[in-house]
Ligand binder design. Sequence first.
Ligand code: PMP
Length: 403
Amino acid sequence: AESRVVNFGPGPSALPLPVLEEAAKGLINFQGTGIGIAEISHRSKEFSAYLDGVESQIREQLGVPPTHSILFLQGGGTGQFSAVVLNMLARHRLLHPELEDSERVMDYVLTGSWSKAAAQEAGRLAGGARVNIAVDARTLSSGGKSFDRIPPHEAYAFSKDPALIYYCENETVSGVQFSNDESAPESFPFHLLPQDTLLPLVGDYSSSFMSRPIPRLADHAIIYAGAQKNLGPAGLTIAIVRQDCIVDVDAAAKLGAVPVPTTLAYKTFADQKSMPNTPPVFALYVTGLVLKRNSELGGVAYYEALNRRKQEKVYKVLREGEAKGLLKGHVRQGSGSWMNIVFVVLGDGAEALFLAGAEERGLKGLKGHRSVGGIRISLYNAVTEEETDRVVEYIREFINQPP
Ligand code: PMP
């Protein structure tokens, strides 16, 4: 444990040390069964009970209403780029069998590279349906190319009866996140959506899940997240799906919808308690340990307060660096993510020096994504306030004595 560094990696990312220590024991002997967690049958009563516990922890901590099911899937966020399209087009087919394919529309809100990737996948799987870009935040940036903001509400153009409305709540690469304050101009424009109690709203929460409460969770058709940022190891994908979106994809296929692979159909998982096949047992195990710890600490309310303080400290020193002309944030004020803070270090070779100095101090994982460059500080739940203070202190030192 003493050999561990501070890990600001974007994902997979830091996990709480006490959880890792507990998980190490579970790898050898899961709950006194004498069998390790990676070895025990997923159909054993011990594992089934454990899985029930993971589900109820998520339900309780996020306040998931009984209208929504919690599904444990594989294939990551990328798998969901496909699954949401296939399941929601099947649903639209069952609701409106009379429509021509060209009359089916999927609305995508583009605020960064992940929502862009999701929209591309929708294009691949759309069949005859259309992808409508409800807004492309790049067009609002000064060069017309950069994802550097959450669009103002007047920029959105939603369709009338779309099969789905897609957004990515936190763009991990660009460092852009919707505000969780519904009165802020950078909040998601719920009031502009079609008036529908069964709104087909899909939110990618891959990099902010469990970091704070989800605004209007109950109004969503689907919320999904890979576990590998705030919750546990990669391999587990969590989807919260409103029951009217868990559809009979075979009945839809009979009406002309694209057939849906068994492992991508929500109904397969909903009907079989998320175990139509072998689930990612180890990832579920660690996720359960993290959730238990979360609940002891005070749940998402605790993390919201903690994460608010962490990001405030980092943005504060970033603003100080900007005032000195040494740093430059990638994202406009108000649109900055709490989880991934992206900026550049100005000056020839300054960035390399910044990173080398950070390495020396045991502050790792700070290099920005190859597509954006610069520095990215990821502040997921397991990054402590003390660790955040260490990177803030380092940045302050750096801007006060530039190389
Ligand atoms: N969406 C977001 C917001 C992400 O950050 C990521 C991964 N970093 C993905 C989707 C893709 O997830 P995965 O790697 O689990 O397929």
